[in-house]
Design a binder for this molecule. Structure first.
Ligand SMILES: [Zn+2]
Length: 169
């Protein structure tokens, strides 16, 4: 899934779960956190590091939530839960839209990659920034169900944000 679609899905999830705007912002931010591994990986297919495994976020966020609970800091506890939700939303949407690399749901117990539509890892053997140009973009757009659902998520988020903005004015 492209980064704008992650942002859009985080916005929609935050808005429809009726969170205060600071938590919606944190949720949006957390939906892009796993893709930080794109900075240090050389290829699209290779960019799924430990940041793309659920165990990483469960461990980190649970530790932070426990610290928040001990220190009676509700904001830290809630923030940890929001970050976990955002990262999980990222993993679920990456899993649904996997084209070249899946999600290792059971890592570290198993290194099996999971995906919905068959993936073609060799097509992801390109630098990250080449994702937005042919031939990768053409390959990505071959799966029409994924393309239309990604476009729909973006339009829904933009439409909802626009509607909210107009109501406030
Ligand atoms: Zn990702």
């Amino acid at each position: 899934m492209f980064i704008n679609s992650h942002i859009a899905s985080g916005y929609l999830a935050g808005t429809f779960s009726k969170q205060e705007s600071k938590w919606v912002w944190l949720l949006i931010f957390s939906t892009i956190l796993p893709d930080i591994d794109g900075i240090w990986s050389s290829t699209v297919a290779g960019h799924h590091s430990i940041l793309h495994t659920p165990i990483f976020w469960i461990v980190i966020c649970s530790i932070c939530a426990i610290i928040g609970k001990i220190q009676k800091r509700n904001d830290i506890e809630k923030g940890s839960r929001i970050i976990l939700a955002g990262a999980m939303l990222h993993l679920i949407t990456d899993w649904l839209t996997a084209r070249t690399v899946g999600i290792q749901w059971l890592y570290p117990f198993s290194e099996t990659n999971y995906w919905i539509y068959p993936i073609e890892p060799e097509k992801g053997d390109i630098p990250i920034w080449d994702m937005v140009i042919p031939p990768y973009i053409n390959f990505y757009f071959e799966n029409k169900i994924l393309v239309y659902s990604e476009i729909l998520v973006n339009f829904a988020a933009l439409g909802w944000a626009g509607k909210t903005y107009l109501i406030k004015k």
